[in-house]
Design a protein around this ligand. Sequence first.
Ligand code: LRH
Ligand code: MN
Length: 396
Amino acid sequence: MSAEKDLQRRAFEALDAFRIEIPSWGFANTGTRFGKFVQAAAASTIEEKFSDASEVHRLTGATPTLALHVLWDLPHSLDDVEKVKSLEREYEIRSGSINPNLFQDQEYKFGSLCNPSAEIRGRAVEHMVESVRIAKALGSRDISLWLPDGSNYPGTQNMRRRIGWLEEALQESHAALGPEQRLLVEYKPFEPAFYHTDIADWGMAMHLAKVAGPQARVLVDTGHHYQAQNIEQVVAWLIHTGMLGGFHFNDRRYADDDLTLGSIDPYQVFRIFHEILLAEEDAVPLDVAFMIDQSHNLKGKLEAMVQTVCAAQELWLKAALVDREVLSALQGSCDLVGAEEVFRGAFWKDVRPLIVAWRLDRGLPTDPLDAIRTNGYVDRITKERAGRGSSVSSYA
Ligand code: LRH
Ligand code: MN
């Protein structure tokens, strides 16, 4: 087989294997604490979110599942399951990770699972168990937990006591899991708490996942790191310890900006993908969920989502084509420049012709971004959804 044919074969294999989950809230009107710029085409019903997700999957071939946030997407909890199942059938999109909402109820002012009130902690655990039940009813594997819990001023909370409450709550939540299910623990260094956050970094999340039980893993949101942190090194550690469960991909210039993947530092995503592919080549058992977690405050929601998936496919393929055998030899002989040129060279390689060939071969539009900008779907939903207005207060 010619080198060119072999390259195409490897490229097609990598793209066929690449799947990334999209967040329902990525289609909704979202904003910052300074406000929200409403888009007429934004989705506000669960049906509209499935419709938009289906359009993204139709154009990219890479997004068969939709992440759901319990209170935003199933406000009637288990009573909404049948409706979601019928939408799954209608739009051929499966429900993905189930995300509990432990951050918007007034009673969570001083925390949810870490609240000093045992009564409030109890209700927060009930919501966790309910989220597990919803996931079971939908056939979803992952319950993806992010906790805003923390404090704003030194001396106002007992941080060690809160760790104990958290361990108990996660053990109770883990106990409700079905045999195939997983509990993903997401960490974040700050916001909305600005003095301490109870699950602030990967070490804390890993400890809590281990204490929770054997089906718990750590979720890495790329936006949840201090500027100077080496995220791919965190990923390498989580792979080495068998605790990596998944990612929330987005990009940032400063903090948890939730910008579109690859818009600020595409090389960051490439370096993360390399760690995953390296582990796969080393036959390290991996079961990693790729998910997008962004808020499209200014870009058109569909456009931003399609742009994100295309960028992720491109960065995944660049990383997949790193010659890791040659790289390993150069690393072993400490040929620094040689190794760097092989590694960064792959990042600089233009893989778009290979992606176009794959899309053609798979009956997908060769340019999904141009397709969503011109195929009339956005115009149609803009008309259908116009004049509805949207609350400018809550996040999504
Ligand atoms: C918190 C977070 C979390 C989601 C939310 C929408 O910053 O990353 O994963 O629940 O964004
Ligand atoms: Mn996240």
